[in-house]
Design a binder for this molecule. Structure first.
Ligand SMILES: Nc1ncnc2c1ncn2[C@@H]1O[C@H](COP(=O)(O)OP(=O)(O)OP(=O)(O)O)[C@@H](O)[C@H]1O
Length: 636
């Protein structure tokens, strides 16, 4: 099921240098060998076939060399010898052909299987890691890991082992043969290789490693900029922000060009020198010069020069392939490193403390919470200043304390309305209940048990949520409502939809409850909210957390919420971020937050009578809209 509309609580996207939510995160990267272990058999078969293919490839090479020596030797050639060499060459070619075909087939199947397995593991892992973990990563970077990095494993599996094998085997066998012909000319033939190898250390300097890291960071940044642009395209277009978005992309691309040029220079200079040393003209000139000296000195037969001319080039060609293979391996190693980073993030420990089936009092004790700031290295530091406001303070290095000692008890069977100015910490507080984040200090308990001790599935069975930002999945409306109860009867789904005042709207759709959202129909924001409400009601969790969105302003949705709240079971614990005074008036308790602290709490009537901050809040809202008096008293 693919997500189509905005969402179930979507963790905030961390912009460059943006604050990140603190979360326990133990990184235990799985070893590459353990990731590849299930494929060890096929991998071994692949390497064996590649080795056999490389060995078989030697036969035609040696047959050609021997044939040439026989034909060029003084006197008439032995026809039996000639025939044997031709047969040896043909047989070698045939075996090589079979091995190459088989290894290429196995390689591609293995490649596809490993990539699929990595993607499956990554998808499963992304479903397991704590939600707050996503706020520490950029969407584009994760997309790069799942897409590009998994793809980068391809050359590593499909081609490189074979290239590495032949890179060692062919020259080794050729060298043995050449030494047997003439050791002095063999040493001369090795001169280009020794020269080429001298440039290898230059390609592995710390500067080159830095350039490579910059190159990787640049590609990730471009990927992130594109994802951000596509995700925010409607906002960008509405506010004619294409110019800015384009400029951001151009700046990422320009930075990348500079990085790319540095990277190419770092790679290309030593690579060009290596290529020159290994180029056929240089190799042939070296061999011919050495050969000419020996032949004119009378210590080498002219026919014996032939193997050096033929095999000398063969000695250097695999070395060039080794260079490519080495680069591919480095690329694959870095990609696998990033894959392992994601796979190695351990999900939060999953303790199994049982929860009592009833009596779900929610208690927050001295809860403090800070968003931590992480700064990018390099030129892209952003200060955390833009997140400061007068009411909040920065606590410690790069930490932004948003909740500052919250003590709150939500009794079963009561509705608590959370009110307070924008930025006072209401959303942050309710996000502690599904453990999007854990408190940096203090504890949140349900039924007397700390949330950190409750298994995730128990937690989500106990607490359900309706957030402002509703994400519906690309699935039928029935499946969307029954998300938490996949085997729910249609009758239960319909009952929840009726309670959430969305049943009639669903009936009007061409395929009713089987309508697929995003394909057969689209829903308005208010309708999506009511689907989310039906979903939470069907889940029937004893604790309901509701962020009353401004979208609830449509009368139907507002009525649905009020109706649902009034018909909920007697022992339900409800916490609602209230934006409408009607909801506040209906609540049993009102909690007023300001600057991350509870400044007032009590019944609406008590708080109005106290003439404090809540009374002012009430009056402001009342003069801005319509409302009625809270239960049991008239506001003044
Ligand atoms: N993911 C985040 N990273 C860093 N800071 C954040 C994050 N989310 C919120 N904040 C900051 O925490 C403070 C409280 O935000 P929060 O969303 O909890 O307030 P709120 O009372 O729900 O506001 P509103 O009524 O406008 O939704 C704000 O200053 C905000 O900038």
């Amino acid at each position: 099921m693919a997500a189509v509309a905005s969402a179930e609580p979507k963790p905030p996207e961390a912009a460059l240098g943006a604050p990140r939510a603190p979360l326990p995160e133990r990184v235990a990267k799985p070893a590459l060998t353990s990731l590849l272990r299930p494929y060890a058999g096929r991998f071994a078969a692949l390497v064996a076939l590649q080795v056999l293919g490389a060995l078989a490839g030697l036969a035609p090479l040696l047959a050609v060399v021997e044939l040439a020596r026989t034909l060029l030797a003084p006197g008439p050639p032995d026809s039996g010898h000639v025939q044997n060499f031709v047969l040896l060459g043909a047989a070698g070619l045939f075996v090589r052909l079979v091995c190459t075909g088989a290894s290429s087939g196995i390689g591609h199947v293995l490649d596809g299987s490993v990539q699929l397995a990595f993607r499956r593991q990554l998808a499963a892992q992304l479903g397991r890691v704590p939600i707050g973990w996503f706020s520490r990563r950029r969407t584009g970077e994760l997309a790069k890991v799942v897409g590009e990095d998994v793809g980068a494993v391809h050359p590593f599996i499909a081609h490189t082992p074979g290239e590495l094998v032949s890179a060692f085997l062919v020259p080794l066998a050729s060298l043995v043969y050449l030494f047997a012909v003439d050791w002095r000319l063999t040493l001369v033939t090795l001169i280009p290789i020794v020269l080429a190898l001298a440039f290898v250390p230059l390609m592995m300097t710390p500067a080159r490693t830095r350039e490579q890291a910059d190159f990787d960071a640049g590609t990730a940044r471009i990927s992130h900029t594109v994802v951000e642009f596509v995700e925010g395209i409607s906002v960008v277009k509405t506010f004619s922000g294409e110019g800015r978005a384009h400029a951001a992309f151009r700046s990422a691309a320009d930075d990348f060009v500079a990085t790319f040029v540095r990277w190419v220079r770092g790679v290309s200079r030593p690579a060009a020198a290596m290529q020159f040393a290994l180029s056929p003209p240089f190799v042939l000139l070296t061999v011919l010069t050495g050969g000419a000296v020996l032949i004119t000195g009378g210590s080498l037969a002219p026919a014996d020069l032939v193997p050096f001319l033929l095999l000398g080039l063969g000695l250097t060609a695999p070395l060039a392939a080794l260079g490519h293979g080495f680069d591919d391996l480095r690329t694959a190693r870095r990609a696998v490193g990033r894959i392992r980073d994601v796979l190695g993030t351990e999900p939060l420990p999953e303790p199994q403390r049982p929860l009592a089936p009833r009596g779900h009092r929610v208690e927050l004790r001295d809860v403090r919470f800070s968003y931590e700031y992480e700064y990018e290295s390099g030129d892209e530091h952003e200060s955390g200043d833009e997140h400061e406001n007068g009411d909040e303070h920065e606590s410690g290095d790069g930490a932004h304390e948003v909740l500052r000692g919250i003590d709150l008890t939500l009794e079963p069977g009561t509705v608590t309305a959370l009110v307070g100015p924008s930025g006072s910490g209401k959303s942050t507080l309710v996000q502690l209940l599904p453990r999007f984040f854990d408190p940096t200090h203090g504890s949140v308990r349900v039924g007397g048990v700390d949330l950190r001790e409750i298994a995730a599935r128990d937690l989500y069975r106990t607490v359900s949520f309706v957030f402002q930002d509703v994400r519906l999945l690309r699935a039928s409306l029935a499946d969307n409502i029954a998300l938490a109860v996949p085997h729910a009867d249609r009758a239960d789904v319909v009952r929840a939809a009726k309670l959430a005042h969305i049943h009639e709207r669903i009936r009007q759709l061409p395929r009713g409850y089987d309508t697929v959202i995003g394909e057969d129909a689209h829903l308005s924001g208010g309708e999506a909210q009511r689907i989310a409400l039906a979903r939470a009601l069907l889940a029937d969790a004893p604790v309901l957390v509701l962020d009353e969105a401004t979208a609830f302003a449509d009368p139907q949705t507002e009525q649905a919420v009020r109706h649902a709240l009034s018909t909920l079971g007697a022992d339900r614990t409800v916490l609602v971020i209230a934006h409408r005074l009607e909801t506040v008036a209906d609540a049993d308790t009102v909690v007023m937050l300001d600057g991350g602290r509870i400044v007032e709490s009590g019944s609406p009537a008590q708080l109005l009578a106290a003439e404090g901050q809540f009374a002012a809040f009430w009056r402001d809202h009342r003069s801005a809209g319509t409302t009625r008096a809270p239960r049991g008293d008239e506001p003044r």
